[in-house]
Design a protein around this ligand. Structure first.
Ligand code: NI
Length: 175
């Protein structure tokens, strides 16, 4: 299989604001997309990537939050993920996003979540996530609903980041 790095869309982009469509049946094309996305995520490098970030408006995300470089990687592909339970307990993490490079901000979310999804082989799976995994899976599911981590920030901070990103995109377009 030929794995292809896909260009990552940068905020602001109308495709990052869309509610994505369910995948439903897992086709070979979806499998190829997932492999490309994992490679693109590791290459960036990042711990999570959602399909709209590579311009595909389908409910699919990949993640690997294993931080220890000595530990075995755990590449995960979640198709049509749904949060079935969130803890009352909350947790704050400094979040970033491959579509908003070089900008980080603290976001508060449920500390633990249960997620149900379809695996690459079409089977139904369910798992409880905590720590960075919980933050990451919620951040990525937000992407499938057109929501970015900066949407949790105060409007002024959000506008400042968006203006800096617009400037960065103008510079990249000229280069
Ligand atoms: Ni992101």
């Amino acid at each position: 299989m030929i794995v292809m790095l896909r260009p990552i869309l940068l905020h602001p982009d109308p495709r990052l604001k869309k509610v994505c469509a369910p995948v439903g049946v897992v086709t070979p094309e979806i499998g190829a997309l997932a492999e490309d996305m994992l490679q693109t995520m590791y290459d960036a490098p990042g711990v999570g990537l959602a399909a709209p970030q590579v311009g595909v408006l389908s409910r699919l995300l990949v993640m690997d939050c294993v931080k220890d470089p000595e530990a075995a990687p755990r590449p995960m592909v979640l198709i049509d993920p749904e949060i079935t339970w969130s803890s009352e307990e909350r947790n704050t993490y400094e979040e970033g996003c491959l579509s908003i490079p070089e900008h980080y901000a603290e976001v508060e979310r449920p500390a633990r979540v249960r997620v149900r999804w379809t695996g690459l082989d079409g089977t139904g799976l369910e798992e409880e996530f905590d720590g960075l995994w919980a933050t990451c899976v919620q951040h990525e599911i937000d992407h499938l609903n057109g929501k970015l981590f900066i949407d949790y920030l105060r409007p002024l901070r959000r506008q400042m980041i968006t203006r800096k990103m617009e400037k960065l995109k103008r510079e990249l377009a000229r280069a």
